[in-house]
Design a protein around this ligand. Structure first.
Ligand SMILES: Nc1ncnc2c1ncn2[C@@H]1O[C@H](COP(=O)(O)OP(=O)(O)O)[C@@H](O)[C@H]1O
Ligand SMILES: [Mg+2]
Length: 233
């Protein structure tokens, strides 16, 4: 549905219809949603997604996502373009996780996704307003977050289509995973000093569906390194 001037009409506001205390972490949230009839429907490196029983809403849940607040800011600040997913709710989870309650999206063909990314990078007129918000929020992330990824994520999977037919850019920001996780192994004290423990408690629980899971040895080395760094603080 669109307004007379072509902008998408505001959607009815949706809320997380499960009781969730302020101390809930990503695991408790996932369990509560599954118990309420939500089903797993997607997974990336940083997050998994569950679909609501009525099929209209997705919950994107990450155990650790320092970029989540910036993605949420992008969705709010670029909502007028209709080219980002509708964000019904955003909240940080205990231990540094992140929940985004979003309108349901379907994948699009890879060439259509690549065209959208190209247009965004070139700031073509049909996406110029979105490109400006992307740049502004990305610069804010780089200023405020020591591990923010220097580039926007151009993975074609991040361009998706809404039920009312809009092409939208999702999940453009992330932490710089390769640099951050290499540092967890090489210099865990630096990671411990730059990210408070309560914001990285579950940083070794990322799904890593695209890149491939860490080996048990790597996981143990990361966990031991961080625990030793925390003990030294
Ligand atoms: N709003 C949504 N509707 C449907 N599926 C979604 C939605 N958001 C995310 N997903 C699914 O979850 C996967 C992971 O989400 P994404 O935000 O891309 O996280 P990551 O940071 O792990 O790449 C996506 O590849 C997609 O399959
Ligand atoms: Mg993604």
């Amino acid at each position: 549905m669109t307004l007379d001037d072509g902008r998408p009409a505001p959607a009815p506001r949706r809320h997380l219809a499960v009781p969730l205390g302020a101390e809930a972490d990503h695991r408790r949230l996932e369990r509560a949603l599954v118990a309420a009839g939500w089903t797993h429907c997607g997974a990336g490196d940083w997050a998994v997604a569950l679909r609501s029983p009525d099929g209209l809403t997705a919950a994107r849940i990450s155990p650790f996502d320092p970029a989540g607040p910036y993605t949420a800011a992008l969705y709010r600040e670029a909502a007028h373009t209709g080219q980002v997913p509708r964000l019904y709710e955003h909240r940080r989870l205990a231990g540094g996780g992140d929940l985004q309650l979003l309108e349901w999206l379907e994948p699009v063909a890879a060439d259509e996704a690549a065209d959208f990314h190209r247009a965004l990078t070139a700031r073509e007129p049909q996406v110029a307003a979105l490109a400006d918000v992307v740049r502004r929020v990305h610069e804010r992330g780089l200023r405020e977050q020591p591990w923010f990824a220097p580039k926007v994520d151009e993975n074609p999977d991040n361009i998706m289509r809404t039920a009312d037919g809009r092409l939208v850019a999702a999940d453009l920001f992330s932490a710089d995973g390769p640099r951050l996780y290499a540092t967890v192994l090489d210099d865990p004290d630096l990671v411990a000093a730059t990210i408070p423990e309560h914001e990285r408690r579950f940083m070794t629980e990322l799904p890593m569906t695209n890149t491939g899971a860490w080996s048990p040895e790597t996981l143990a080395a990361m966990r031991n390194g961080l625990a030793a760094a925390d003990a030294r603080c």
